[in-house]
Design a protein around this ligand. Structure first.
Ligand SMILES: Nc1ncnc2c1ncn2[C@@H]1O[C@H](COP(=O)(O)OP(=O)(O)OP(=O)(O)O)[C@@H](O)[C@H]1O
Ligand SMILES: [Mg+2]
Length: 311
């Protein structure tokens, strides 16, 4: 449904994104993750026909976003990083205005506005001035304007940024509801958000893709023999040295007395060796297990690795 090929964008001499290529299928909910300045908003602006790329191509349902922007704009609803809200307008008037901007025929505008008010639970505030609404409700109005022309694809740039925890939960719930009937690309730094809502993630760092994968296989891929946790009853100064001396260990850290994290080569399979060592030295194993990596770990690992190879 969305095909991005070799997409690059420079702002003057500054290259914001470089040769991004990825595909998104109909109905997918994809997380777009990356640290500040990674190029998330730049990519989303290009996908939403707000800004041209410097090179590369984007096709949405077969339409080229540069050549056939009228067609692609019909298919996409966009919530930019700073939603285009008019703070002195009444919410429902603003949505009527947004319908006109999006070329919704005037006879359908009213029902379009009613529908998005319903979908985004804005009924109670639809007669209020946008500037006086809470940030969470303003964000709902932002999502409502993105939905006004009933697009198949929703592009949401950091939809929960600046919201309080309750508002975050509500907006996430709204996005999850929308996910059943839309293809969604969602950018975020809030990693648990991506875990909750998205099946697949695209991770970018400094303008380049460092991973495109399902959350599951990302976790498995990175966890394979990566890190073990060992807890023992008895340890002394030599314990850590003996662990470090094992083949295929990269780093051993004593987190607290008797508890070690052991980083090893992928697929090292050194549990047996560790167990034997513990037995021979009478450490008394309490626990020996692979540490599960959180998305934070994965994210840091991928983005830091990416930075390491840079000069
Ligand atoms: N209009 C612009 N003119 C010049 N440079 C820009 C412009 N917009 C973005 N950049 C630069 O391009 C790079 C990517 O920015 P972008 O806003 O796409 O990142 P982002 O991933 O959305 O970051 P954030 O998480 O902070 O929103 C950054 O280095 C940024 O400084
Ligand atoms: Mg951004």
């Amino acid at each position: 449904m969305i095909e991005v090929e070799q997409l690059s964008k420079s702002y003057g001499p500054r290259e914001a994104i470089r040769n991004l290529s990825f595909q998104i299928e109909k109905g997918e909910v994809v997380g777009f993750l990356g640290p500040n300045g990674a190029g998330k908003s730049t990519t989303m602006n290009i996908l939403s026909c707000i800004m041209p790329a410097s090179s590369g191509s984007v096709k949405i349902c077969g339409f080229d976003v540069f050549e056939q922007s009228l067609e692609t704009r019909k298919l996409i609803g966009y919530l930019p990083e700073t939603p285009p809200l008019y703070s002195d307008m009444v919410a429902s008037d603003y949505l009527t205005f947004a319908a006109r901007l999006r070329n919704v025929p005037s006879r359908k505008a009213r029902s379009a506005v009613e529908q998005v008010i319903e979908k985004c639970s804005l009924k109670d505030v639809s007669n209020r001035v946008i500037g006086r609404l809470s940030k969470g409700y303003q964000q709902r109005v932002g999502i409502a304007q993105a939905l006004i022309h009933d697009p198949d694809i929703l592009i949401l740039d950091e939809p929960t940024i600046g919201l309080d925890p309750i508002q975050i939960i509500e907006i996430r719930k709204l996005i999850q509801d929308l996910a059943s009937s839309h293809t969604i690309i969602l950018s975020s730094h809030i990693l648990p958000e991506i875990t909750q809502i998205c099946k697949r993630v695209i991770i970018i760092s400094e303008g380049e893709i460092v991973a495109v994968d399902s959350l599951e296989s990302l976790t498995t891929r990175l966890r394979n023999g990566e890190r073990l946790i060992l807890k023992v009853r008895r340890s002394d100064g030599e314990t850590i040295e003996k662990l470090r001396a094992l083949d295929q260990t990269n780093a051993v850290v004593e987190q607290e007395t008797g508890q070690f994290t052991i980083d090893c080569e992928p697929n090292a399979n050194i549990q047996d060796a560790i167990a034997k060592l513990a037995l021979d030295n009478n450490w008394g194993i309490v626990e020996l297990k692979p540490a599960s990596m959180t998305l934070e770990d994965i994210f840091l690992k991928l983005t830091l690795e990416e930075n390491e190879v840079k000069p």
